[in-house]
Design a protein around this ligand. Sequence first.
Ligand code: GLN
Length: 701
Amino acid sequence: MIAITILKNLRAPPLMNLVFANRKLSFYDTSSTPKTKEDNAKLHREQEQRNAEDVLFDMFASEETGLISMGKFLAGLKTTGIRRNDPRVRELMDNLKKVHKLNNYETGSSAETQHLNRETFKAVVAPNIVLIAKAFRQQFVIPDFTSFVKDIEDIYNRCKTNTLGKLADYIPQLARYNPDSWGLSICTIDGQRFSIGDVDVPFTLQSCSKPLTYAIALEKLGPKVVHSYVGQEPSGRNFNELVLDQNKKPHNPMINAGAILTCSLMNALVKPDMTSAEIFDYTMSWFKRLSGGEYIGFNNAVFLSEREAADRNYALGFYMRENKCFPKRTNLKEVMDFYFQCCSMETNCEAMSVIAASLANGGICPTTEEKVFRPEVIRDVLSIMHSCGTYDYSGQFAFKVGLPAKSGVSGGMMLVIPNVMGIFAWSPPLDHLGNTVRGLQFCEELVSMFNFHRYDNLKHLSNKKDPRKHRYETKGLSIVNLLFSAASGDVTALRRHRLSGMDITLADYDGRTALHLAASEGHLECVKFLLEQCHVPHNPKDRWGNLPVDEAENFGHCHVVEFLRSWAEKADQSSEECKPEAVTSKTQADEVSSSSNSSSSPGSSPGSSPGSSPCASLTTGDLLGHNSRNLYEMLKLNSNFTFQEICSTSDLETSPTTSPIPTPVESGSRAGSGRSSPVPSDAGSTASAGSSIDDKTKPGL
Ligand code: GLN
């Protein structure tokens, strides 16, 4: 029975050809030769995609059955931050349902947990492969989303224990909130999602609607017109204070007076011909687009209560009318109603995090990729949020958190990390200034853990984490620089790399070290520096088995050949006399002393060692094992490498449910099969990734 099912799965379902006919054509029809550059580029892209699909399959497929578990695959995708209901993987999910149906629901217990063969899997993922490949290549703004999320959970849990603050009680609906409610949602500019706590519980937007209506007004009228009616200064007063600035304008669009004025601009200037009902729909549709179609509703009870308990807001309206703040044709009653309606729109943390992410993303919704606002509009909105978004705490918030935010009286806090992510925290208890207590604590803790504050230094070392950075980013770039210095004969640059503490024995994807490149280019000074000062091994093999001396010979650099040969001879002699010692890292002082001892004295240290002892035992085997792992990590994560390149770097069988990308230890633990270079038996734990150079049968990411 099992065998029958497997056989069935190994064949592509016959109807797949129909379902994915177009795709098949474009993949297998090679009859027409490309004529233009564009054709070539397209072909190249398609080739890459094909590789990506295969690599993904190999990464998750079971060796026993030759099938991929879609449950595991989707779980792996989730660890990158992409959810099954993301609109950008809709086709994938639809295809899964179609295949499940075509197979008479036999390929697993559900569409999302079925097991597929290679061809079917490739066809299923093809429409969304660009996003999926990006996810598994860790090319999103938060590459290691799983670790980031762990830290966020810790902060969330710490805030949960904070029971300070009081519920707003000016209307009964707010006073009835559960003070224990605490939800937090994150959406990055790449649409990576994370939510924890009460993230689906609906609440009203309240003041969090203010930056959004302001954005619509800016989009439609431009900043000149808008700011001829409303200022840009923090008021330094309560959010509903009866006060105007010295120009008799409301201070800014984030306080009640300013927001009521923005509503009047919508009525009188943006859509003067619309009825109140139409303006409401119109505004709601903007909010909805910003949220990528997630939950935006309306709470009529809150609206009625707001209108009932609005003495102060009416007073503000009349005061502004008295001071001629509104545009001509303003109907104050309609404007006030519209303001209350905006405050009474209902949403949840999930939807608001997408709205915040759209603001972080220059006005483009990350999940739908729809361009909702122009980037200039968003810049203006964020500027005002930065200086005026948290009521009378705005100055301190800008100082401590250094990010644009907007809080609301229902307990919401929208935080924007420009070009990175949007966060929405919701917890009803408020402090004496009207900001959510837990939300505020979250923002402050977030910024003390990560370097998200606008004025945190991103370049120099700090005690904060930078989740945007790849752990391997710097190393990858350093290797390129190191090899470039060697190839161009730049001894000074090599010296600089060495002094900065860099591992000079690192190799590139092909196993080529700085010594290979210096030798092949005939740079004797570099070769001498690398051997005499850096004590790199003289005999590392690249992926084709070539030694540096072979390179020098191939390119006719006799002086280098001579030097390397005599170095090797002396190395062989001395290695017989010495026992291995631990590898130690060298300091500048070591370099000076060792250069005075061993300069031009190859017999004293060659053969293998980066340590100060002439006999320290970093063999070629160690080198390749060690380097290939570093390199694998670098390549795996480097956006400039194709899947094909990455595939052949390492054997990556791992458990995709926990993490789709194996740790270095996991990849290294598949000990070196088929290696020719002499790996010491006890080096297995550190150098076994040597297999990754030779074993190219199993692709990975
Ligand atoms: N509905 C509230 C008001 O206008 C909104 C203010 C707020 O969220 N701080 O008073």
